[in-house]
Structures are given as C-alpha cells and as structure tokens.
Design a protein around this ligand. Structure first.
Ligand code: CA
Length: 228
C-alpha cells in the first residue's frame, strides 16, 4: 500500500536527506528529494505527494514561506522536521498549514508513526459517487472515475472537489467554501484556481465538456454536482 504513496523530502543536509530516504524507502514509500524551497515547489507543481517532510532551515527561502506556497499548490499533509525547537516556530508552522511537527533528532519509528497519522483520511467519506443512469462512477479511495465505461485517474484535488460536491447532495457549494475545503483557510487560492480545477475535473468526467451535465457552474455562486 505504501508503494503508491509518494513522499517529498525537503532537506538540504545531504546526510539527513539520505537517511530519510533510506528509512522511507525501506518502509515501502516512494521518495523524491529536494534541497531547496524552490526545488520543493517545482516538485509540487509537477506531481502529487502523499506527505511532504519539510525542514524549516533551507538555504534559499525560509521553510515557513515554503509552507505558505505549498498550501496554495498542494493538499498533501506537511510534516515539519526541524532542529528549531522554539515553541513559536512550531506554532507559526502549524498556523501556516503544517499538519505536524517532529523535532530533530527524531526516532525513525516515531517519524513513520507520524507519517501514518498524516496519511489517514481526515473523515469517513462515501467511497462511491455514481450516476448509474448517466454512466458515471467514481471510486474515491482509488481516485478513479469510470465515464461511459472508460477509466480515468483523478488527481487528489479533483477527487476532493467531486467529494465536496457529492457531500452537498446536489446543493450549490460556494466558491469560498471550495477554496477553504481544498486549499485551506488563508491560502492564496482564488476563483481562478477553482475554475481551473473545475475545468480539469470536467475534462475527465464530462462526456461533452462544452455541455457539462455533472459539474454544473452556478454563475457567481459556486458549483453543484448533478447525478440525476
Ligand atoms: Ca537545514
């Protein structure tokens, strides 16, 4: 199961980065490494990760800035790893959207336990969203949609959006609610991010993107999911 989970390790100390990679790959995770904040953000733009392990002391930008930027791009849980033991640093990191904090030096067992907690889904959610009559079936856990018999893979954010709308049972979900649920309160995401995400999702689930039948935009208000 771990094999499908990609972890981004953002750590500039070569030795520690190698150690983290070895601990994580031995536990079956797939690891990408970044040595700078900029490289980390480039990774996040390109691919999705299950967890981000982030050192706060980076050579180019402050790790806290990386948290803010990462939150605008990715929904992956951020686990801060830092030698900075001050309570203020820790609170600031959590306020900015980090999920948890592990102080150096850390124990491998503890780190792996925190990663498992971070990976745990936040809430029990319906695992199937479907409109059998109209040929749409979405399996939330595996992030797969079947559209008229064709299987497509959804990104994490696309899945979050469709789930959020499905939870509303056909009611309109406002743009603000969508931003808060997917990018987090206080993120830089705006209406444009919502529109791009909705477009990406439509491209995958709508048989005819010019005449959406599932993901309905309510002008100026938000979106709703029509499974009727
Ligand atoms: Ca460092």
């Amino acid at each position: 199961m771990n094999k499908d989970t990609k972890i981004l390790v953002v750590e500039d100390e070569e030795q520690l980065s190698r150690m983290l990679r070895s601990i994580l790959t031995q536990s079956g995770y797939t690891v990408s490494s970044a040595k700078t904040g900029l490289a980390a953000l480039e990774h996040l733009v390109r691919e999705e990760f299950g967890v981000i392990l982030l050192d706060l002391g980076l050579p180019d930008v402050d790790g806290k800035e990386v948290i803010t930027q990462a939150r605008a791009i990715s929904a992956a849980p951020i686990l801060v790893i830092s030698a900075r033991e001050s309570e203020n640093e820790k609170i600031a990191a959590l306020d900015l959207g980090a999920n948890d904090y592990v102080a150096k030096p850390f124990d491998a067992g503890e780190l792996l336990a925190r990663i498992r907690v971070a990976l745990r889904p936040p809430r029990a959610a319906p695992s199937q969203i479907s409109s059998p009559r109209r040929g749409l079936e979405i399996d939330v856990a595996s992030r797969r949609a079947i559209v008229d018999g064709q299987s497509v893979r959804l990104s994490r954010k696309e899945t979050e959006l469709v789930q959020l709308l499905a939870d509303a049972k056909g009611a309109i979900v406002s743009h603000d609610k969508i931003i808060e649920a997917i990018w987090g309160r206080g993120s830089d995401a705006d209406l444009m991010n919502v529109r791009v995400l909705a477009w990406q999702l439509r491209r995958k689930i709508e048989p005819d993107i010019s005449a959406p039948r599932f993901l309905i935009a309510e002008s100026g208000e938000g979106y709703r999911l029509n499974l009727e």
